[in-house]
Structures are given as structure tokens and as C-alpha cells.
Design a protein around this ligand. Sequence first.
Ligand code: FAQ
Length: 325
Amino acid sequence: MYAQMIKSEATQDDPEKLAAFQARIDAGEKIEPKDWMPEGYRKTLIRQIGQHAHSEIVGQLPEGNWITRAPTLERKAILLAKVQDEAGHGLYLYCAAETLGVSRDEITEMLLDGRMKYSSIFNYPTLNWADIGAVGWLVDGAAIMNQVPLQRTSFGPYSRAMIRICKEESFHQRQGYDAIRKMAEGTPEQKKMAQDALNRLWYPSLMMFGPSDKDSVHSAQSMAWKIKMNTNDELRQKFVDQTVPQAEYLGLTVPDPDLKWNEERGHYDYTDPDWSEFFDVIKGNGPCNVDRLAARNKAWDDGKWVRDGLLAHARKKAARKHAAE
Ligand code: FAQ
């Protein structure tokens, strides 16, 4: 419904303004919040930035789950820092979305009542410590692959948020690779856990890039507006090409019997994820959708007294200032 709203409002824009706007995009200019923009551009950005922000926040849950059970003090400190970074990324992105005229409360409520999405990956559970390594390696690895090009996205505040986020994401990916390497080089039981984590998280990680290009409803317009810089399949292929040698280095096997290097294409041929599973997960039927939304709703409800207190304080301060003028 939200997507339909975007399309119908996009058609109401003045053709001359639309052409001038497109010329700015084509010339590589950044669009800033006070510039004229088509309604569809604004709404598409709110959808994508909002979904991205929600992913950072919901993404804290599967990893936060393991902070108290990290195997060493050092791993605990690293994981704690990483999970805090994700909260920071969410905040940068909510701020970027706010410049488009939507409040943080509004888009949070759209997440909480299911009108807005977050990344499908966070609807899969983290069952053991090897999963935490695999999340850093694969999930942050996929996130970086998607986010590095977004540093060049056409909307200024989103682009600037992505530059800061990418610096931290590369540390996240490395800490994950280091954790999974330790498991892969450990006892036979630890190596088995690392392989099992890769088996379960490989296809959900490929799903992070979105549906295949033929089923992607937003890619063409988003790429014309340079909101997105690549298609979903282009980035998925880059991720596969980068990750397979990393798995080989670890002595782990990617769970795809048809995976093979294609000399002619200069890329790996690989098997697509089960797209019916992907669409089912984004409809709310993944293994953890209910738990994730329940946890976010509880946090929102539990924090109401803090928000109310801060608002009351701000109102009182404004009233005092007004009275003194
Ligand atoms: N999950 O037409 P397209 C992170 C939806 S990184 C859920 O191709 P689009 C870091 C899509 O919204 C993860 N829904 O859509 C971290 C649309 O539905 P709608 C977050 C998905 O927008 C690591 C429909 O399918 N990163 O969190 C997914 O052009 C570790 C049709 O799809 C970003 O969000 C999905 N995977 O392309 C944090 C990056 N894929 O809205 C903690 C920015 C598609 O019409 C721990 N986002 N859908 O109802 C993007 O680049 C794009 O939005 C895509 C999707 C590529 C995700």
C-alpha cells in the first residue's frame, strides 16, 4: 500500500520541474533537503532509508542475544562495541529520514505496526557463537557490498550518513571473519559449528540484496534517480565472488553444489535462494518475525515514560523562554 502511494503521488509532479530535477541527478549533483524534489523521490527515500534504519535497530537483537554469552572478555567487548555501532547507524539514518519531513516517531510506528519493513536476514535466529561470527562475516559483508555504492547516492544526507556507516561496517565484517576463523581453525566440533553456521546463513545472506532483478519493482526508478547505484543481482554476484574465496581460505564449504567459477563470465555461477521463502519471510512468516516485532514494541512501550518526560521538559523550557521574551 505504501509503495502504491509512492507511485500515484509521483505522477502528480510538474513535467518541467521533473526534467530539471532529472538533469541535476544526471549531472551527478547532490539533492539537499530544501531542494525541490518529486514526491516519488521523497517517498522512495523515506521507504529505503527508513527500512535501512529499522534494519540497523532490529539487527541489534540477534547479536545482542549473545553479548552475555561471549566466550571471552575480549570477544564480549568487541561485540558490545559493534552492537552499539548499529544503534548509532540507526540514529544517523533516522536523522537523514527526518530531513525529508517524516518524524522518527512516525516511521518507528510504521515499523511497529508492520507498515514498514526491515531486512529479511534479521528474521533468522542466531543459535550459537559460530552464528555470531557468521553474522559479522556474511551479514555485515553483504551490508558493506550494498552500502559502499550508497555513499554516492544522490540524496546528500543519506550519502553522508553512509560514509560514516561504511567506516564502521568494515570493522564489523573483519571482527566476524576473525571470530569464524577462530572456530574454523579450532577443534573438530568448533569447525563443525562454523560449517553449520555457513550452511544456515548463506542463502538468507544472499536474500539481503532483494529479489532477483526481474522481480525488483523499485530498482529501475531508484537507479534512474541514483537512489540505488546497482541492481540487486549485480551486488549479489559481487558478494558471491568476494565471499567464496574467503570460505575456501577458512576450509569451509559453501552449501551450493552447483557453485563454480565461470571462466567466460569471470564470475562464480551460483544457485539463487528459494525466492518463495524470501517473500514469505518479508510477509511476516520467517522464524523470528513475531519475536523481533514483539521485542521492538516492548522496548517502545517501556521507553514511553522517558520520551514523555523529555517532551514535558522541552515544553516547559520553551514556555519559560517564551514568557521571558
Ligand atoms: N528484506 O524492488 P525491490 C544492516 C522488499 S544492512 C526485506 O528490489 P528496493 C547492517 C523491498 O522493500 C541491511 N525486504 O526494493 C547490519 C520492496 O518492498 P516494499 C539493511 C526486502 O528497495 C548488519 C520489495 O521487497 N540494508 O542492517 C528485502 O529497490 C548486522 C521489492 O524489492 C539496507 O536496507 C530484504 N532483504 O531494493 C545491522 C540497504 N529486499 O518496500 C545489524 C538499503 C527487498 O515495496 C547487524 N536498502 N525487500 O514493500 C536497499 O539497498 C534496498 O532497499 C534493497 C531492496 C536492496 C534492500
